[in-house]
Structure formats: structure tokens, C-alpha cells
Ligand binder design. Structure first.
Ligand code: ADP
Length: 649
């Protein structure tokens, strides 16, 4: 099956169907037939056959006349003439008219098929010989054009990634759009975020003045607005002139949106005025690539601007802050020093950049801070004394992965001074208040000795003594609490709780006996690790809890003190069978001066004991809580982290 389309023009009603059907269709051709010359001519024009087989002698129009007509129209395909009389004159005439082959009736049908095949083969050979070089040439030209387009795109791509001047990049994009699209004019409109209006950012081709002035012009261009809204390209080609920007006429237009993170931020457009033609089909593709470049350039420029702003803000903060800041890289070379650091440690200008810290700063305290950090591998805090104590800095060194170490130092000279004044005050007040109280107690004692006192005098003297001892206790506890809260007791040593418990119980044993209280101690012989703490303060915690249990438990009751080690956490429990604490009071009993109504009415106390317990426990990284039921008893639980010699806690 060859499939070529053959037009058979034959007026003989016997021969035509035979040749068309049996012979030619049988040989695999796609056959059309006409009964005379004029019909054949019409079919030849319409169907453009690959080859025509025509009889010569036909009533209205001869085969050669059909060929002449087709030649004149320039659409003659290969032609085979059939004739019943072979004459030399006709043969010459046929050859001149361009007939490719010539058969004389009667002929063998196979001869016709052969002639058709031969003619078609020769024809295609010639066609290829004539046209292929031309087509190759044209394809070559097209490829060269594409290469130039690609060159332009690559060059713009490089600018987008390399250049930071947005104006320059976008001007180049618009120029490239005009040249690649072979357009009259190109524009780049951007959306003004606050108003949503479009303004002309760059243009090329048309109004050169605009391009040169690079003005921000408002553009009332509804077609561009449409592109922004739909985030889709718009192509208009047409016969009629159309109007945009209220005064501008064009014949064809191509607009593509600029999008950043799925937001349309502008429009890249090319237009041809009345003189220009339509755009080539692949122009839309090129424009899309250019629009992508423009979007990337705008996004980069915005990101760059943002990071510049942030960098400037950060620089201003670091420069203007009064805190001393020193940053080193992972090899302990200085990356940054702010002016405060320069002033504090006599570092000149930018001389520090990239130099080892030891060459930049000579202060032992600072070098030690950076060294210590390297040893422990953790952030740490220390006090740095400058100028023989006239300045004290609180330094905090932090490791930042991928950067290095950052030391921030605040001037705490003023706080240190305040601290000293407070300590002096605490000592003075405690001394000055205690002395008169001691004197009162002394005189009461003298009064008793110089006595004899009558019964009510004796009672009054007892009350004075009781009140003085409550005031003394109050002052003592207040001062203690002040010291604890101020963090004066930061010294830590290895402390075992078991001996502290035994001592606290020993201290109250006399009173316990007189109240007939049973005391149980449940402390394992060994297996309870120590903790890292302030021994005196921890004694206070245990003593306060034990004293409370004793105080708030009526005669004949009991108390139990237990200690256990729970996976590195020490759990101390002081339980009593005392009066209990009402539910409503339980959230507040650790507050300063808070006492239950029952305690206020019937038991002496300051309301400070549990505040001290809580402050001390928390300063040791622990927790304290209470479980209690009125009339049944109370349990205070204290949880403290055990000493772990490996981690240092
Ligand atoms: P103080 O005992 O001097 O009043 P605390 O701060 O030690 O002050 O205790 C606060 C309050 O908590 C007490 O006034 C009392 O109401 C209650 N409380 C403390 N311990 C017990 C206890 N073991 N049993 C009953 N109530 C207690």
C-alpha cells in the first residue's frame, strides 16, 4: 500500500472504473476519478493529487489542456498522458507541456502501474534534490535565531544572578523582550503594594524618553490589570487597532505576569503598533522565561534589601549597645568587637579582624572566660574585674554552632555597690535591732533577780520575754530570707542529709518527750547519695519542717521523717499526725507571713518558716509540696537533685 493520491481523468465509462478500481486501487493508490477534463481540473485544484493520469482526447477539455491550466496556476503535479493515437507531434507537444510519461492504448494495466511508480519516484527524487537544501538552509537560519535568543537569555540569566542593580537588570530584560519578540515597544509594569496600582518601571522601544528618565508613572492599563488579577498571560493579535493606556494604539500585544511566591507583582509586555505584524508562536515562551528572570531579580533585590536592613539594624544595635560584645570564630580568632569592647579593653579600630583573641585582648579574665568555656564545652558566666576593681563586668559566654563564641558583658559596678550597701545594711540592722532586744531580756532577768515579783508581775515578765523572743525570731528569719533571696548563699559543698535529719530530731527531742510525741526516722543506712548544697541552709529546711510538725501536732501524736533516693532524686518527707491544713489554705502556706486561722489563734509563729524552706529548696534546684487533711495530719515532701560527680551538679 503506497497510499499516494492519484487523480484519473478518463471519459471512457468502460475504461475509467476498470483503471480506477481494479488497477490503481488494487495497486494500493488512493484514487479519485473524473469523467472529463473540466471536472478533472476542479478536482485537481481541490484535492491536490500526488499524480494525475489523464486521457488526451476528451470532449470538453483535452488532457494537455488540463495540464496547461494547472501549469499556469503553478500547481501541476506529475502528469501521465494516455492517448489512443501515438504521433510524434503529440509526443513533442506532451513533453513541452511537462508530461512525465506517455502511454498509448491499448496498454497492459501493469505498464500503467509501473509508469506511475517510476514517475512518482523520479518526482520525489527531484523534489528532494531541489528543496531539501533550501529547507536545511531555512532550518539552519531558524536554529541560529534560536541560538541567539538563548544567548540573550543566558546573558540576562547571568545578570539576574550576578548584578545587584535591579534597575539595570530590568531595563535589560525589557530591551531583550523587545528584541526577541521583534516588537515595537516593551514595558515592565510593577504593582505598588500599598495602593495596588500599576506603575511603569522600565520601558524600551517606544517612548525612549520614558526609558531614559526611568520615571515611576502611574499606568491605567486595564489589560495589564487583567493579567495581574488572573495571573495568566494575555495574547492579542488581530486585524483591528486597539487602545491601551488611554492614548496608545496597538495591533498585537503580549503580556505575561511576573510572579513571586504565587503573587502577581507586575507585567512584562511587548506591543506592535499598526505597522508591526503578529508575534511568532514561540514568543510567548521567551517572554515567560524573561518574566521569570525579572521576577527572580525583583525577589532577590527585595530579599537583599531586607537582609541589608536587618544587618544595618543589628549593626546599629551592636554598635550602640553599652554592653561589651566580643565574638570569636571556632578557632578563637576575633570576628567582631563592638565599640564598648574596644573602649573597655583598649582595642583599636578594626585591628581585631581575624586575629587570635590572645593578640587582641590582654585581660586575663576575658582570656580565662574563653578558655574555660572551651574546657567545659558549655556556656558559662563569670565576673570580670577591670581597672583594679573600678569596673565589674558580668560576662556570659555562649557557644553558637557554626559561628563560634559570643561573650556579652554588662557593667554591674553599680549593682555590686548596691549589693555591698545592702550587705552592710543587713549586718547593721541585725546588730542594731538585736542589741536593744538583748538588753530588754537582760533587764527582765535582772527584774526577776531583784524580785520577789508577785504573780501578775511574774506573768507580765514572762509575756515580755515571749514577745522579745518572737521579735528576735522574726528579725532572724527576715534577715535569713533576705540573704537567701539575694542569692548570697551560692557556695556549694557535698552535703549528706541523713546526719542533718538526726541532728534536727535530736534538737527537738526534749520538747517531743514533754509532749509525748513518738518520732520515727526512716533513713536507709547507705545508698542515699549526698547533694551539692549549702549545708547551713539545708539544716534550716529540715529543722523548720521538723519544728512545725512538733508544733502543730497535739500531745500523744507522732511524726515520721523519711529519706529515699529515687533515681538521682532525693526525697525527704516529714509527716505528722497533727491538726492538718485546710484545703483552701494549702496554696498559700509557702507565702511570706501566711498563717492559717487556727495557727494565728493558737500557735506562736512568724509565718516565715515555710517561705525559707521554699526559697532554699528552689535555690538548690528542688521542689517542695504539701499533702494534708484537717484533723488527720500533714506531709511535707522535698525533692532535691542528688550529687552527680560526672556532670558536676
Ligand atoms: P509559722 O509556723 O511560723 O506560722 P510557717 O511558714 O512555718 O510559719 O508555716 C506557715 C503556716 O502553715 C503555719 O502558720 C500553719 O498554719 C501551717 N503549717 C505549717 N506546717 C504545718 C504542719 N505541720 N501542720 C499544720 N499546719 C502547718
Amino acid at each position: 500500500m503506497t497510499g499516494e493520491r492519484i487523480l484519473l481523468i478518463e471519459d471512457s465509462d468502460e475504461l475509467r472504473p476498470f483503471l480506477a478500481g481494479t488497477v490503481l486501487t488494487g495497486a494500493g493508490f488512493d484514487v479519485m476519478s473524473a469523467a472529463d477534463g473540466s471536472e478533472g481540473l476542479v478536482l485537481a485544484r481541490d484535492l491536490r493529487p500526488d499524480l494525475i493520469v489523464a486521457d488526451h482526447q476528451m470532449p470538453s477539455m483535452s488532457g494537455l489542456e488540463v495540464l496547461d491550466a494547472l501549469n499556469q496556476e503553478g500547481i501541476a503535479p506529475p502528469f501521465i498522458l494516455i492517448t489512443s493515437e501515438g504521433s510524434e507531434a503529440l509526443a513533442v507537444q506532451a513533453l513541452r507541456a511537462g508530461v512525465n510519461d506517455y502511454l498509448i492504448k491499448p496498454f497492459d494495466p501493469d505498464e500503467l502501474v509501473e509508469a506511475i511508480k517510476r514517475t512518482l519516484a523520479r518526482y520525489w527524487k527531484r523534489q528532494i534534490a531541489e528543496h531539501v537544501p533550501m529547507q536545511l538552509y531555512e532550518t539552519n537560519l531558524q536554529l541560529e535565531g534560536r541560538l541567539r535568543e538563548l544567548d540573550t537569555l543566558v546573558e540576562i540569566g547571568k545578570r539576574v544572578t550576578g548584578a545587584l542593580d535591579l534597575r539595570e537588570v530590568l531595563n535589560r530584560v525589557v530591551e531583550a523582550a523587545v528584541s526577541l519578540a521583534k516588537a515595537d515597544e516593551g514595558t515592565l509594569l510593577l504593582v505598588d503594594p500599598p495602593t495596588g496600582e500599576l506603575y511603569l518601571y522600565a520601558s524600551a522601544g517606544g517612548d525612549e524618553g520614558l526609558a531614559r528618565q526611568q520615571l515611576r508613572l502611574q499606568v491605567a492599563d486595564s489589560l495589564a490589570g487583567q493579567v495581574i488579577q488572573k495571573k495568566k498571560a494575555l495574547v492579542i493579535t488581530g486585524e483591528q487597532l486597539q487602545k491601551i493606556k488611554t492614548h496608545y494604539f496597538f495591533r498585537s500585544l503580549l503580556y505575561v505576569p511576573l510572579t513571586v511566591k504565587d503573587q502577581a507583582i507586575g507585567v512584562l509586555g511587548v506591543t506592535n503598533r499598526d505597522t508591526g505584524g503578529d508575534f511568532e508562536p514561540h514568543t510567548l515562551q521567551l517572554m515567560r522565561v524573561l518574566a521569570d528572570f525579572a521576577s527572580i531579580a525583583i525577589d532577590h533585590a527585595r530579599l537583599y534589601e531586607l537582609s541589608e536592613q536587618e544587618r544595618n539594624t543589628l549593626n546599629t544595635i551592636l554598635r550602640d549597645t553599652e554592653d561589651v560584645i566580643i565574638v570569636t570564630d571556632e578557632y578563637n580568632c576575633v570576628m567582631f568587637c563592638n565599640p564598648a569592647a574596644g573602649e573597655m579593653f583598649n582595642i583599636e579600630g578594626d585591628s581585631f579582624q581575624g586575629r587570635p583573641l590572645t593578640e587582641v585582648v590582654s585581660h586575663e579574665g576575658v582570656l580565662e572566660l574563653f578558655k574555660k568555656e572551651a574546657r567545659t564545652g558549655r556556656s558559662r558566666r563569670s565576673e570580670i574585674i577591670v581597672d583594679e576593681g573600678s569596673v565589674v563586668l558580668n560576662a556570659q559566654l555562649t557557644i553558637i554552632e557554626g559561628v563560634g563564641r559570643v561573650a556579652v558583658m554588662q557593667d554591674i559596678t553599680y549593682l555590686k555597690e548596691m549589693d555591698r550597701i545592702k550587705s552592710d545594711f543587713v549586718t547593721t540592722v541585725s546588730h542594731d535591732l538585736r542589741s536593744p532586744l538583748t538588753a530588754i531580756l537582760g533587764y527582765i532577768e535582772l527584774l526577776r533577780r531583784t524580785g520577789p515579783l508577785n504573780e501578775s508581775q511574774q506573768q507580765f515578765a514572762d509575756r515580755i520575754t515571749g514577745s522579745v523572743s518572737s521579735i528576735s525570731k522574726l528579725i532572724e528569719e527576715l534577715l535569713e530570707l533576705g540573704k537567701i533571696e539575694a542569692g548570697f548563699d551560692e557556695d556549694r559543698e557535698v552535703v549528706f542529709l541523713a546526719p542533718i535529719i538526726y541532728q534536727a530530731v535530736e534538737a527537738v527531742s526534749h520538747q517531743a518527750q514533754s509532749k509525748q510525741l513518738r518520732i520515727e526516722i526512716d533513713v536507709p543506712e547507705d545508698d542515699v547519695p549526698p547533694l551539692l548544697g549549702h549545708s547551713l541552709r539545708l539544716r534550716q529546711v529540715v529543722a523548720n519542717l521538723v519544728e512545725n510538725a512538733l508544733k502543730y501536732t497535739p500531745e500523744g501524736g507522732w511524726m515520721r521523717i523519711s529519706l529515699e533516693n529515687n533515681k538521682g532524686l532525693l526525697l525527704l518527707r516529714v509527716t505528722d499526725s497533727g491538726i492538718g491544713i485546710p484545703k483552701k489554705d494549702q496554696p498559700y502556706i509557702f507565702d511570706k507571713f501566711y498563717r492559717t486561722d487556727e495557727a494565728v489563734d493558737n500557735y506562736p509563729g512568724t509565718g516565715l518558716g515555710l517561705s525559707i524552706v521554699k526559697s532554699v529548696v528552689e535555690a538548690h534546684g528542688g521542689r517542695v509540696w504539701v499533702n494534708s487533711q484537717v484533723g488527720i495530719g500533714t506531709t511535707f515532701s522535698v525533692m532535691l537533685p542528688a550529687h552527680n560527680p560526672e556532670s558536676g551538679s
